[in-house]
Ligand binder design. Structure first.
Ligand code: NAD
Length: 428
């Protein structure tokens, strides 16, 4: 993976400053909201399978909890930086606010590459992370969830450690648990489906039917796979997906002009969402260089891998046919690329709105856990649809009314909600 060219926290702060100016926020509110409220940085010693001891660096950053307990993922990634986590924590605050959840924003992670860690080493890392931060987390304080390269198993190890430390049963400590063990149906689908619910609404505004559109995706992990599933059910055709190839340490794009098949690709994709290049070739996929996902002659682009992927260098390669970009990943479009795309009249559904489905479903998991009553999958996905659709319409109406793009509209609505909560509490 390429080193992050941009400091994401600086990008997040620039976006905040721009919105604060437009909203006319007072100075104390700006100072409060442009930095995290609390940060924890710690070391996690792990005894490795070969007997050596390795020290990992872990983080938890809580941006703001004026609207409710913090909520945010834990990512395992070798190129993780504190500033990336700061930015993601801030974005979680705005994301909760834009879909109107009573939650604040946080984010955490460990600098590590799970590709190089055995299961026992990953378990020790998860338990070590919780031991270092357990007093600062909890159902009413800050609730972790899975993110890049973490999943159900990691959440269960973390829950078990938390419950052992506190000598209680506390399923609300963490979300992303397996169903039957406090998890919610629909959570695997939530982020990907949520993206496509916003795409469906945007296409209505553009006067286009999903069945008349084609799409290309960057990434083939949880988010992309589920977005593709719903999009195909809506009648859309996906002609290209890209994924990382750990062996060659580069990304490849896999193209089938008549449309890719999930059922064909899923069995040749590993748990990290990496498609087996050789097997894809055997199945008749054209294998192209990693950036080719963005150069396809399609209507919709869905970046659903990592940040900073649509840049000023490659934005010119986006085909004239593209009308819509739905941001599945966090921060996939650099500010300079966004300016170019606006000139070309390409509608961008911003990450904070497009990928909010996972956070909504995490919240549903907390609500169901509190009631100890679990909804069926259709009920969860129905409620997700209602929440995503109303958020999209609210943002789009605001954007049309005041002549903003969707990204500015999202920031203005969300920041104002959080600012009002801080003011109501007498913090500013
Ligand atoms: P994942 O780990 O399951 O999948 C990531 C995918 O991206 C894999 O297919 C991987 O091969 C691919 N990838 C990684 N680097 C790449 C590169 N340089 N070029 C091309 N492909 C590359 O992760 P996920 O859960 O699908 O999340 C994807 C993105 O969506 C992340 O940015 C994440 O922060 C964001 N997101 C996820 C959720 C969620 O609920 N999982 C919610 C909100 C946002």
């Amino acid at each position: 993976m390429t080193e992050t060219e941009y400091n994401l926290f600086e990008v997040a702060q620039r976006q905040f400053d721009h919105s604060a100016e437009l909203l006319g926020l007072d100075q104390p509110t700006r100072e409060l909201l442009r930095v995290p409220m609390r940060e924890y940085h710690f070391t996690i010693p792990v005894s490795m399978d070969n007997g050596e001891r390795k020290i990992f660096r872990g983080f938890r950053i809580q941006h703001n909890d004026a609207r409710g307990p913090c909520k945010g993922g834990i990512r395992f990634h070798p190129l993780q930086t504190v500033d990336t986590i700061r930015a993601l924590a801030m974005w979680m605050t705005w994301r909760a606010a834009i879909v109107d959840l009573p939650l604040g924003g946080s984010m955490g992670g460990v600098i590590c590459d799970p590709h190089d860690l055995s299961q026992p080493e990953q378990e020790k890392l998860c338990r070590g992370w919780v031991r270092k931060i357990s007093r600062e987390l909890g159902p009413d304080v800050d609730v972790p969830a899975p993110d890049l390269m973490t999943g159900e198993q990691h959440m269960m190890w973390m829950l078990d450690e938390y419950e052992a430390i506190h000598n209680i049963k506390s399923p609300g400590f963490i979300t992303g648990k397996p169903t039957g063990l406090g998890g919610s149906f629909g959570k695997k689908e939530a982020t990907g489906y949520g993206i496509m619910i916003t795409v469906r609404e945007a296409l209505k505004e553009l006067g286009t039917k999903p069945e008349d559109t084609k799409a290309s995706f960057q990434g083939f992990g949880n988010v992309a796979q589920n977005a593709i599933r719903l999009y195909q059910r809506m009648g859309g055709k996906v002609t290209c997906v890209s994924s990382w190839n750990q062996q060659d340490r580069t990304a490849y794009a896999y193209r089938k002009k008549e449309g890719i098949y999930l059922e064909e690709l899923l069995p040749i994709t590993n748990l990290f969402g990496e498609i087996n290049r050789g097997k894809a070739e055997e199945l008749g996929y054209e294998v192209l260089e990693g950036n080719a996902w963005l150069e396809q002659d399609v209507d919709i682009l869905v970046p659903a891998a990592i940040e900073n992927q649509i840049t000023i260098e490659n934005v010119v390669k986006i085909a004239p046919s593209v009308k819509l970009i739905a941001e599945g990943a966090n921060g996939p479009t650099t500010p300079e690329a966004q300016t170019e795309l606006s000139k070309r009249d390409i509608l961008i559904i911003p990450d904070l709105l497009a990928n909010a489905g996972g956070m909504i479903c995490s919240y549903f998991e907390q609500v169901q856990g509190n009631m100890n009553y679990y909804w069926k999958k259709d009920e969860v996905l129905g409620k997700l649809d209602t929440q995503m659709t109303s958020a999209y319409i609210e943002v789009s109406d605001f954007a049309h009314k005041y002549n903003f793009n969707l990204r500015d509209a999202v920031y203005l609505i969300a920041i104002e909600r959080v600012a009002k909560a801080c003011q109501a509490r007498g913090w500013v």
